[in-house]
Write a protein that binds this ligand. Structure first.
Ligand code: ATP
Length: 358
């Protein structure tokens, strides 16, 4: 099989970790006999500073012609975050109907959780975040700017289609996992229209998935449970905002934001899905060659899996876990490996082949 991949390295450490993932994917493509053709796009804050736009007018449309989009990180201290987010990431997620944002949280071998005495068995769950609507909406505005009467309104949008499709995705994902457990994040005591609606749809759909055991928590206590009882969770589904918060907290308990991977999926495959590490451009460490590439390599692993190259994907995950198990870690995890050294060791593991190829 041959796949056309749109590469958007972006800014900061995005430009350091994406080439490392490409090295690994190229190695795997030779080993497993598939082809990857990359087309690189310069879309980034740097591009915005030069041109005044994050992407050219037809930029997002062009991305629609690829089998998948692989992105590093976008962000620059000179560009407000809302400009970069609304100029690139959110339009891609929406136009490509990437409504399911999947963020796996696992304590990998050799990595110590900041939570005392927690092992790999305790931290192994997936956050499913609604990615197209909810709290991240353009609806709203400002009145009487700069006066005492100044007021701001921001609307949250939950549609039946949008809520049902993300809940169904989460129920089906839970069904595919050994524990078959699904937790819903809510806040129906304080947010009186949208969140009771979310709960209503969750309860209605749960009847169609009787084999899935369910739990519901308000977002405030849920964050506490992530810290105190991470072992309770298997699949956790939340709205755009709640999912966003939980998927930063999750990697924090699993060691570092640098290991966090994500997939923005269009499950029907009508449009390309996008794969990207959860972390940002990390301007504080950019240019030093010390960024942790795990989040990006794991995102590449998710992309290969979604494209249908399951053996290569499985092999890559095993190699990453072998290397973390060897404690060949980058500085954010207490080690001294550089970005390149970590990747080299992953490729060495892949090259041994025998464990991963069957
Ligand atoms: P942005 O505005 O692009 O989101 P940010 O600095 O606000 O950037 P992150 O890039 O996610 O947010 O960084 C948060 C912290 O985590 C920083 O101190 C950064 O150095 C660290 N960090 C993020 N990603 C990595 C990584 N891959 N390896 C090592 N440290 C990382």
């Amino acid at each position: 099989m041959a796949y056309n991949i749109a590469l958007i390295p972006g800014d900061g450490i995005g430009k350091e970790v994406v080439p490392e993932a490409v090295r690994v994917m190229d190695f795997l493509s030779k080993q497993y006999g598939f082809e990857l053709a990359y087309t690189e796009f310069p879309y980034s804050c740097e591009y915005y500073l030069k041109t005044g736009a994050m992407v050219p007018e037809d930029g997002i449309d062009q991305l629609g012609n690829f089998d998948a989009i692989f992105l590093g990180a976008v962000g620059d201290l000179r560009v407000p975050d809302h400009v970069s987010l609304w100029g690139l990431l959110l339009p891609i997620r929406r136009q490509m109907q990437q409504y399911a944002n999947i963020r796996p949280i696992r304590l990998l071998p050799g990595i110590t959780s900041p939570l005392a005495d927690r092992t790999a068995e305790d931290i192994n769950f997936i956050v499913v975040r609604e990615n197209n609507e909810g709290e991240y909406s353009e609806i709203g505005g400002r009145l009487y700017s700069g006066t005492d009467a100044e007021m701001v309104v921001q609307e949250t949008v939950f549609t039946r289609k949008g809520v049902d499709r993300i809940l169904r995705y989460a129920f089906e994902l839970a069904q595919s996992r050994p524990r078959k457990h699904l937790t819903s994040a809510t806040k129906s005591n304080g947010i009186i229209h949208t969140m009771p609606y979310w709960d209503e749809r969750f309860n209605a759909l749960s009847k169609e998935y009787p084999d899935v055991v369910t739990a519901q928590f308000h977002i405030d206590i849920l964050t506490a449970h992530f810290v105190q009882h991470p072992d309770w969770f298997d699949v956790v589904v939340g709205s755009n905002l709640f999912g966003d918060i939980l998927s930063d907290l999750g990697p924090a308990i699993a060691g570092s934001i640098g290991i966090a991977a994500s997939a923005n999926l269009n499950p029907s495959k009508e449009f390309p899905s996008m794969f990207e590490p959860v972390h940002g451009s990390a301007p504080d460490i950019a240019g030093r060659g010390i960024a942790n590439p795990i989040g990006t390599l794991w995102s590449a692993q998710m992309m290969l899996d979604f494209l249908g190259e399951q053996k290569a994907a499985q092999s890559l995950m095993t190699a990453i876990e072998t290397v973390t198990g060897m404690k060949r870690l980058t500085a954010d995890l207490g080690g001294d490996a550089t970005t390149k050294q970590f990747t080299d060791t992953v490729i060495e593991q892949l090259a041994t082949g025998e464990v991963y190829r069957n």
